[in-house]
Design a protein around this ligand. Structure first.
Ligand code: SF4
Ligand code: SF4
Length: 359
């Protein structure tokens, strides 16, 4: 199967799991009844583009905020300059983001992951995204700004799915994110569960927390708290002196095996795992193969872990970016890496990426 067919199958799998999650939930079912046909129409648009020689990925990652209310250790967004850095261009306005979402929707993109910095600092962009009912927007947030007004907005617009970052239990989360963060995020989970809203958690897996977050108890507890989406991401040491946190080959193997058994055990929970899922999809998904990343100021970057843009969505149409020589050369560079069992290919090959960029 080629990458287009594999990603199409993956999109259908996600929709089926969503159907199981919202099985006895009136508001959830109403959301699915309106959104599923629109997602299918998007898939048909991607099929048509594929026939015409344009590969449109089902996912985009949009870092909509360049600031954050937390200072977590080892934050890739701060290290890569997407958060708290000095860009030579201003952040995109809400209207500019609306144009980006409109363009993506026209091409048939199904999921736009909103990240940052802290995306909830950009309420104007969140409101713009909510109106695109033909796409689903997982919002990767630290959860601390998810107040009643946001809950109400997300409850009304079920295409907006909060994904809360945790690092394990209280000790692990507070150690990386700050004292008291775990309890506050747990409180947010309770309120999401009371409203029977789909929400997810995002966990960075390190050599220090792997045993805790891969234990059945961890995922069972999340499931009981109403969580319907778990995203595991292997730690990529972007910050100096954090190499000891990267997983060993054994750790990566055990993470992949555990994720397989979790999917069988929790059939109504969407479980994504990186780079495990990338390996199953033939390697690095960046540079438009499975997604690309848009920085707060509009830079079209291959991936958040390789924050180097040649084009900007302000002046270059998305279809042109997807067909660009820059992204094509980066895809070739990543594909040359045969072993995609761990770490990040483009992060490891930063020198070659910069040479392609012409820096
Ligand atoms: S919440 Fe996210 S963006 Fe903010 S500092 Fe922590 S890891 Fe970085
Ligand atoms: S650039 Fe790295 S993290 Fe991003 S998709 Fe490729 S291998 Fe994965």
């Amino acid at each position: 199967m080629n990458i287009h067919a594999l990603l199409k199958e993956g999109t259908f799998d996600i929709m089926k799991t969503l159907g199981r999650f919202y099985l006895n939930n009136k508001r959830g079912l109403a959301f699915l009844a309106s959104t599923l046909p629109q997602i299918k129409a998007g898939i048909s648009r991607r099929d048509a583009h594929e026939q015409d020689g344009l590969h449109v990925p089902p996912f985009l990652i949009a870092s909509i905020a360049s600031q954050c209310n937390l200072f977590c250790s080892g934050c890739y967004a701060r290290c890569g300059g997407a958060c708290g850095g000095q860009s030579s261009r201003p952040d995109l306005t809400a209207d500019e983001w609306r144009s980006v979402f409109d363009e993506a929707s026209g091409l048939g993109v199904s999921f736009i992951l909103l990240a940052g910095g802290e995306p909830l600092l950009r309420r104007d962009v969140i409101e713009a995204a909510a109106s695109f009912t033909n796409m689903i927007f997982p919002v990767f947030t630290n959860g601390l700004l998810l107040d009643d007004e946001y809950l109400e907005l997300f409850d009304k617009h079920r295409n907006m799915v909060p994904v809360l970052s945790i690092e394990g239990g209280k000790a692990e989360t507070d150690a990386r994110r700050g004292e008291g963060v775990h309890d506050r995020v747990s409180g947010v989970m309770e309120r999401l569960m009371q409203r029977k809203m789909l929400f997810g958690v995002s966990v960075t897996v390190t050599a220090e927390n792997i045993e805790i977050v891969m234990a059945e108890k961890f995922t069972d507890d999340l499931s009981q708290k109403g969580c319907g989406l778990i995203v595991f991401t292997e730690y990529v040491p972007t910050e100096a002196d954090t190499e000891h946190l990267a997983l060993s080959a054994d750790g990566i193997g055990s993470m992949n095996t555990t994720v397989d058994s979790l999917r069988a055990r929790l059939p109504d929970t969407i479980i994504l795992s990186f780079p495990g899922d990338e390996a199953a999809l033939g390697g690095c998904l960046a540079s438009g193969r499975g997604f690309f990343h848009i920085s707060p100021s509009g830079g079209a970057e291959p991936c958040p872990f390789s924050p180097h843009a040649k084009h900007n969505v302000r002046e270059t149409p998305m279809a042109q970016i997807l067909k660009s020589r820059y992204f094509a050369e980066l895809r070739t560079l990543a594909a040359a890496e045969e072993d995609h069992s761990g770490g990040c290919v483009l992060f490891r090959k930063e020198k070659e990426v910069l040479a392609i960029l012409g820096v």
